[in-house]
Design a protein around this ligand. Sequence first.
Ligand SMILES: Cc1cc2nc3c(=O)[nH]c(=O)nc-3n(C[C@H](O)[C@H](O)[C@H](O)COP(=O)(O)OP(=O)(O)OC[C@H]3O[C@@H](n4cnc5c(N)ncnc54)[C@H](O)[C@@H]3O)c2cc1C
Length: 394
Amino acid sequence: MDFGWSQEEEEFRQSVRQVLRDELPDGWLQSVGEDEDGDARSRFEADFARNMGRRGWLTVGWPEEFGGMGWTPLQQMIFNEEMALSKAPRKHMAAGVTLSGPVIMLHGSEEQKKRFLPPIARGEVLWCQLFSEPNAGSDLASLQTRAEEMGDFFLVNGQKTWISQGHEAQWGLMLARTDPEAPKHKGLSYFLVDMTLPGITSRPIINMADVHHFNEFFFDNVRIPRDCLVGEKNRGWYLATTTLNFERSGIRATVPAMQLFDEIVAFAKEGRDGFRPLQANPELRHKLADMAIQLHTSRLLSYRVGWLQSSGAPPSHESSVSRLFATELTQRLVQLGMETLGLWAQPTENSSQSVLHGKVQKLYRGQRAITIGAGTSEIQRNTIAMRGLGLPRG
Ligand SMILES: Cc1cc2nc3c(=O)[nH]c(=O)nc-3n(C[C@H](O)[C@H](O)[C@H](O)COP(=O)(O)OP(=O)(O)OC[C@H]3O[C@@H](n4cnc5c(N)ncnc54)[C@H](O)[C@@H]3O)c2cc1C
């Protein structure tokens, strides 16, 4: 059995690496920083998205007829791994490319396809996902935002929360209740929402790492034109299961963890005032060695999902296993980073005393959220229990 990459795959990887080298000028990360809410960073991300869009590289998993590259899941995985290794921005590859685009492609009208798909592929429009509500997260089908049909528009009232990038997005993809009498999964519809419509107001939510990542939105008698309903009214839940042949390996979570680990190990080798040398600290050495093994395991779990997809077997519980392992591992890693750096973990990025630009403490606070967004750890475990082990629903 050969666990290596084929020559073709290696050549593909090199070609991706070359394009990323061309698109990401030397020193770009130092000049715009890693903070997702900085102005310079936002401008750089928008330019990068347009440049990638011109190549068709923003939508590499979309079919070619819609402006994509039609790459296989394995090619997408190599692409995503290289993107992560070069720390390339991917805000514009989020909701628009992976969610709105596929829903419009498969269920939208011809007019909606012509109007909405090209700007997403060109990286001109940022989308957000308007699903969660204060009382509807894991149990999304219990959402209460109401959309009443009034002739050529729907009148929308309600509240959405935890909306990533909502403050920057020009358009949103929303699930709302169009039939309150129907069973909860059967009365929902899908809408494309112009975020500048009168009656939409928002409040920022600043996360534990002091980053403005998400927002809550209020809809007060908002008129959404009828031509922004996707598919049939009351069939929204079924559209929510729409997926294209996108890779679901979780490699994007594993690569940054491996990079951070390398930096933590480098710090531990170098040491600082008051730092117990590694030679005299067998406990820390063992913890670092154990972490190295877990990170390699995580990478292999990701490769397994990519390999399964490329052999035509759609992964189900395997992608939950990979995602669950990678996200919880990231939290264990930042915990270990805090232990390793000790008091040196405390100074923030603005301090002259900061170590690794203060990122360990910032990630320690920020990464609490990664086992909640896009399905909590418990929901992933439910999937593994039911689909992987065949256990009865709890
Ligand atoms: C960083 C981040 C970004 C997000 N971005 C978006 C976005 O862009 N758009 C959007 O619409 N939403 C977004 N969300 C919201 C996210 O989808 C929800 O937070 C998530 O689905 C959990 O829902 P909840 O917060 O209502 O918690 P709940 O569903 O109320 O869960 C509370 C607790 O109960 C547990 N639980 C719930 N149901 C079960 C069950 N059946 N079995 C076992 N345990 C269970 C959960 O695991 C959790 O521990 C984001 C969240 C985060 C953290």
